[in-house]
Design a protein around this ligand. Structure first.
Ligand code: NAP
Length: 484
């Protein structure tokens, strides 16, 4: 099956922070892949912007290195790479200064979609919006793409929303959460709303519980300064895990349209009950197996920041009353694995008698690695041993299902950038959604700051603190293993 690639209209994309880590690893390689697949038109241009002045040729050399590092040799070729690099340019601009803007304005093509990617530190989001407006670089149709983190709490998110809103309409603001750009996450909506199979069972009557896990093997790496001020709750739960929760729990929108989808997600966030202190576990990785502990990775030797969170959430609405949602994320865990597992209840009666062990039906939506969907079902054990039951997976890896001729699954960033150019906000967070998410998170953080509690240590390379397992055991359930 060969994926259809529909070209977007010509655009001018300015990447502020065009020489940064995100531009190097994700944005530039992603744009090249879209160009090579014929989705980014030949007239489109990408302008990198950063304080350090750079000749166009040097910026193209930077982009070439980035692409050669990030894009597999089989997915690149010299002709398309050369043609892509010809579309690149660079301007020297300080987001907090007033030079260079007139030059940038003069370079903008009058009849093209204008998009401005804010791939810079969050404190620069406001100054960039102000200057784009003040110097007439953005027109009424221009789009801005705002990276994470979007605020530190509800108050700062509200303030940032207000600053952006002073210069851009909500329809021009694209708050990026790259989890929403993942193939499987979108497939979650396709599976739920394009099949009759699941939706009738998708409620508290038939779903026992839901587990959402985002496990990383990396530590805080070079981001220690930022991470230590944020922690797993702000860095992962407030955005990525809550977005996944919304997509799992939301009501069917009346159409697959940005407002309708985001209205339904917002209702989920608003239906979340406050989490009881006993239903949250915070952890911090400790040195093990030759790996540093968290306290060796950050500047503050007494830091109480969590690198792991597990919590039990409840939704007070008709559909989900009584079905817990368990969320878990952490760094330096035993495998890199992100998945959502929807565990269904037992059938009301077993015709096979008590002796036959029953195992749950579980729908597993795997985000990474090996994006795909798996459904665990009971079947008869093969062979002449009578009616013995066994639980087996119906497994669909997207890479396999789409075959060798299928297009490479696009990276989340490149898909989302194309959505920006198309003017489709469905997979971007709306301002009220972000504020509502903070409103749920803020009291949880405030409560443990008030108590002055320290996170539970867990060994680097393990599955997290013992207390997280106990959170589940108390309810007679257990976490799925964190498997690569
Ligand atoms: P980075 O590696 O530190 O790069 C920062 C970029 O911004 C550089 O190009 C830098 O170039 C430019 N810059 C710094 N100050 C500037 C100013 N005053 N005016 C104009 N340009 C300026 O940062 P990053 O890791 O790419 O992160 C960028 C954004 O993406 C951040 O908001 C981050 O939270 C978010 N993000 C990053 C990742 C990731 O994997 N890297 C993941 C998720 C979110 P000059 O020094 O020459 O100005």
């Amino acid at each position: 099956m060969v994926a259809r690639v529909i070209p977007v209209e010509p655009f001018d994309l300015v990447v502020f922070g065009g020489t940064g880590d995100l531009a190097r690893r994700k944005i530039l390689p992603g744009l090249y892949r879209r160009f090579r697949d014929g989705q980014m038109p030949a007239e489109a241009r990408v302008i990198g912007a950063a304080r350090r002045a750079m000749e166009t040729d040097s910026y193209r050399a930077f982009a070439r290195d980035a692409i050669e590092e990030e894009v597999a040799p089989a997915r690149r070729d010299p002709d398309s790479l050369g043609a892509f690099l010809d579309r690149l340019d660079h301007v020297a601009i300080d987001a907090e200064g007033d030079e260079g803007w007139a030059e940038l304005a003069a370079r903008m093509h009058p009849d093209r979609v204008r998009a401005f990617y804010f791939s810079v530190a969050p404190r620069l989001f406001g100054p960039l919006a102000e200057r784009l407006h003040a110097h007439g670089v953005a027109d009424a149709e221009a789009r801005i793409v705002v990276e994470k983190p979007f605020g530190q709490d509800q108050a700062s998110a509200r303030q940032l929303n207000a600053t952006l809103a002073a210069h851009f309409g909500e329809s021009q603001i694209y708050r990026i959460d790259h989890y929403l750009g993942k193939e499987t996450v979108q497939n979650l909506m396709a599976v739920r709303f394009a099949n009759i199979l699941f939706e009738p069972l998708w409620n508290a009557q038939f779903v026992d519980h839901v587990q959402i896990t985002v496990a990383e093997t990396v530590g805080v790496g070079g981001r220690g300064g930022y991470y230590d001020a944020a922690g797993a709750m702000r860095d992962m739960v407030q955005n990525h895990l809550m977005q996944l929760l919304c997509l799992i729990a939301m009501e069917p929108p009346h159409r697959f349209d940005p407002q309708a989808v985001r209205d339904e997600k917002l209702k989920v966030i608003r239906a979340l009950d406050p989490v009881a202190p006993g239903d949250i576990v915070r952890g911090q990785y400790a040195a093990a197996g030759g790996m540093n502990g968290y306290l060796q990775d950050v500047a503050d030797p007494d830091s109480r920041t969590e690198s792991f969170v597990a919590l039990k959430a409840h939704l007070s609405n008709w559909r989900w009353k009584g079905t817990p949602f368990y969320l878990r994320t952490g760094k330096r865990l035993r495998a890199r694995s992100s998945e959502i597992a929807v565990t269904f209840r037992e059938p009301p009666h077993s015709i096979f008698g008590e002796a036959e062990r029953w195992a749950e039906n579980v729908l597993i939506i795997r985000l990474q690695p090996n994006e795909g969907i798996k459904l665990r079902v009971m079947i008869k054990e093969p062979g002449p041993g009578g009616m013995r039951l066994v639980n087996v997976p119906l497994d669909m890896s997207f890479a396999e299902a789409l075959g060798e001729n299928g297009a490479e699954i696009p990276d989340a960033y490149e898909r989302l950038i194309m959505d920006v150019i198309r003017g489709n906000q469905t997979l971007f967070m709306r301002g009220d959604e972000v504020e509502a998410a903070w409103a749920w998170i803020d009291p949880l953080i405030a409560a443990w700051e008030e108590r002055g509690s320290s996170p539970q240590p867990y060994e680097a390379g393990s599955s997290g603190p013992e207390e997280a397992a106990i959170l589940m055991h108390r309810d007679g359930r257990r976490w799925r293993g964190i498997e690569p």
